[in-house]
Design a protein around this ligand. Sequence first.
Ligand code: SOE
Length: 400
Amino acid sequence: MAPTRSESAPEKLGIGMVGYAFMGAAHSQGWRTAGRVFPLPLRPVLAALCGRDAPAVRAAADRHGWAAAETDWRDLVARDDVQLVDVCTPGDSHAEIAIAALEAGKHVLCEKPLANTVAEAEAMVEAARKARERGQLAMVGFNYRRVPAVAHARRMIAQGRLGVLRHLRVTYLQDWLVDPEFPLTWRLQREHAGSGALGDLGAHIVDLAQYLAGEPLVGVSAFTETFVRERPLLAGVSGGLSGVRGAGRGPVTVDDAALFTGRLASGALASFEATRMASGRKNALRIELNGERGSLAFDLERLNELSFHDHTEPAASAGFRRILVTEPDHPYLEAWWPPGHALGYEHTFVHQARDLVAAIAAGTDPEPSFADGLQVQRVLAAVEESAAKNAVYTPVPAPS
Ligand code: SOE
């Protein structure tokens, strides 16, 4: 007898998510959509959403499609209908929640950066290692790895299309902090965010550089700066990245910008810039890699494209050309629209959910792992150490 629809339906995977602001909304979109677009072996079910403000979390749960709402993350972690805990809170609670969830037998997805300190990230890696022995998985949410063009670039680099890598030039520029009256949200406070543009944006570009190159950074030299040192206190939350300005001012305790150079294990040289003060730049994550056989460039503001130069072609006809990454045999595209029908930012979260669910069903290790998150954390710490020492700052004599 042919199986009935319910007999053949994939088993459920209950998701519990902590946090429901910008990242929570983006992750909700991923969990809601992944199983409707990709034929997943397990069906993600949005079981419960958690936040501290009861009416606000209930409203967010209704808006984003979560069945239940909780106000204490410990209750969420203890729920029998939750098999995976997704941590979308500010960095200061990542370690505590993720470790508790792993100890409670859950799989974990944790937003980037993995933690606020190397010590926290190390503890998370250790908890994930123990949980792995029990069959649980842990992944960190560097979602930009899941832009089809970025995944395709990785594929081309792994195939040797660039040959030996010589240069990586990576920038991540935003401008939402240009206004000195932008209020003192958690992202501007070291005790909550760990660092500023460095952890928020620098973490992404360090991860992408190491992922695309397929090798780690082994040393850095850095400057960081806080251009606006005091901001209006926060009176309340509002949508997206912003908040409601209150009376009085308080100190900004993180960097506004980080600029650093680095060397990869192979000897390739890399430069990085992360800032939320680049007026006119909204979400400009750009990366260019130059190798002995060719070059690749990517710009998140044109995320369906790659620029590729094949240096093995005759010089007369060689040059950068555009690859439109919308073909069915490009990563993730088999399930989406016909060629040329572009994808956007939110699809990266759908792909992230798809890959994690597939890994859980197959019992394979998802990437980026907590160990990858720790490696990024170590680079961020090295950047801060270098910036604090001004180790390579060579003063230029004043003009006479
Ligand atoms: C704010 O700078 C932010 O939301 C980051 O926190 C995200 O990680 C990035 O994807 C978009 O910008």
